[in-house]
Write a protein that binds this ligand. Structure first.
Ligand code: FAD
Ligand code: UDP
Length: 370
């Protein structure tokens, strides 16, 4: 009999397991995949740490979370500065003075603001009602048409007029020359990859892979005094109230016999015609931007294709619209009646948590539970 069975070896489960173990509890971690780490798992291909389930850049303003993770891994100084490729024209992201200069030839913040104001006025938008109007009122029509419309419609599979405006507000708009994508005090990629971070967290803890809790419930449901379940909450209840929806992404990964494919970790393809949304070149997360001359003549790239999710696909992004949030609340009510099962993590809480939020939530549970 263990004190805790942790279902899922993602970031949430691994932090909880570590803290339980540190407090003298006996812990068993199981995962249905054949690797630990959930979606932050990095696979070593030719010495390159490949982000197998999508590019992950750690960023946070939470010092407690940053300090916590730094006990288990050293981070490099990677700063995310993706490039937008619109039919061969390259622009800096997020939208900043470099973007405005390339788009209009303007040099000062005042000139850039004047240009945007002029385009907003021409579009006649006063109160933005959807993503299209919100985007135009933030950065003007030219940037909307070249850098936002195509990308967003590919990513969400819907017209920008039918999407909520808050999606675009996540991106910073800066009137400084600063290509840093995130407004975060702390940012970086674990040296040695995210899998190393997870392995360090799970050091000395029993882990069983290829083990699906829901398929082997009889064997595992009484193996511990308490269960921390980090899989999809609706799947736990066999979808009896309905299915929660996700957005899915398909990755096409290639190993190339060249040392440098695109010169940057992330290049977004912002036109509508290119079928992928972006290409990730994984080595540039790890080695930073400075080629130190010790490079290997290999590189791994992943093209990302956004797709509709259907039952059985890998659940990536919770949709979190009104309909789905309502259904989640119903499942949450059910979960409150469980005496020895606690739901957590991105899938267990049906919330789009970035990694820092995931760690914050796991540490909150540790405080409540332990
Ligand atoms: P998960 O990583 O999903 O782990 C859940 C685990 O439970 C999985 O390993 C799964 O196999 C296992 N499991 C599920 N059901 C069962 C079962 N029945 N039995 C046994 N095991 C089970 N965050 C950032 O901060 N920066 C980024 O750049 C970023 N990029 C992202 C890109 C993508 C494409 C995605 C999808 C997410 C991104 N995130 C990013 C968010 C980040 O991935 C999450 O915050 C974090 O991985 C959540 O950890 P978790 O443990 O809750 O969930
Ligand atoms: N976006 C865009 N062009 C880009 C990058 C992002 O139009 O080159 C839009 C897109 O609608 C996206 C939103 O900005 O959904 C937020 O971007 P973020 O990188 O946060 O997207 P995520 O992949 O995290 O949803």
């Amino acid at each position: 009999m263990y004190d805790y069975l942790v279902v899922g070896s993602g970031l949430f489960g691994s932090v909880f397991a570590r803290e339980a173990k540190n407090r003298g509890k006996s812990v068993l971690v199981i995962d249905k995949r054949n690797n630990v780490g959930g979606n932050i798992y990095t696979e070593n291909i030719e010495g390159i740490h490949v982000h197998k389930y999508g590019a992950h850049i750690f960023h946070t303003n939470n010092k407690e979370v940053w300090d916590y993770l730094n006990k288990y891994i050293e981070f490099n100084r990677f700063t995310n500065s993706p490039i937008a490729n619109y039919k061969g024209e390259l622009y800096s992201l997020p939208f900043n003075m470099y973007t405005f200069n390339k788009m209009w030839g303007v040099v000062t913040p005042a000139e850039a603001k004047e240009m945007i104001d002029k385009q907003v006025k021409e579009a006649g938008i006063t109160t933005p009602k959807n993503l299209e109007e919100q985007a135009i009122s933030l950065v003007g029509k030219d940037i909307y048409l070249k850098l936002i419309k195509g990308y967003t419609e590919k990513q969400w599979g819907r017209d920008c007029k039918d999407l909520p405006s808050f999606i675009i507000k996540r991106l910073p708009v800066r009137f400084t020359y600063d290509n840093n994508y995130f407004n975060a005090l702390y940012q970086g990629i674990p040296k040695g990859g995210y899998t190393k971070l997870i392995n360090n967290l799970l050091d000395g803890i029993e882990v069983r892979l290829n083990t699906d809790y829901l398929k082997e419930k009889e064997k595992y449901e009484n193996i511990a005094k308490k269960i921390i379940f980090t899989g999809p909450i609706d799947e736990y209840y066999n979808y009896k109230l309905g299915t929660l929806e996700y957005r899915s992404v398909r990755f096409e990964t290639e190993l190339l016999n060249i040392d440098n494919f695109q010169g940057n970790a992330a290049v977004n393809y912002t036109d509508r015609e290119t079928p992928w949304t972006r290409i990730i070149e994984h080595k540039w997360f790890e080695f930073g931007k400075d080629d130190n001359g010790n490079d290997i003549p290999k590189t791994v790239i992943s093209r990302e294709f956004s797709s509709e999710w259907k039952l059985g696909d890998e659940p990536y992004y919770p949709v979190n619209d009104e309909k789905n949030n309502k259904l989640y609340e119903e499942y949450k009510k059910l979960s409150m009646n469980e005496k020895n099962v606690i739901f957590g993590g991105r899938l267990g809480s049906y919330s789009y948590y970035d990694m820092d939020k995931t760690v914050e939530k796991a540490l909150e549970l540790v405080k409540e539970e332990l």
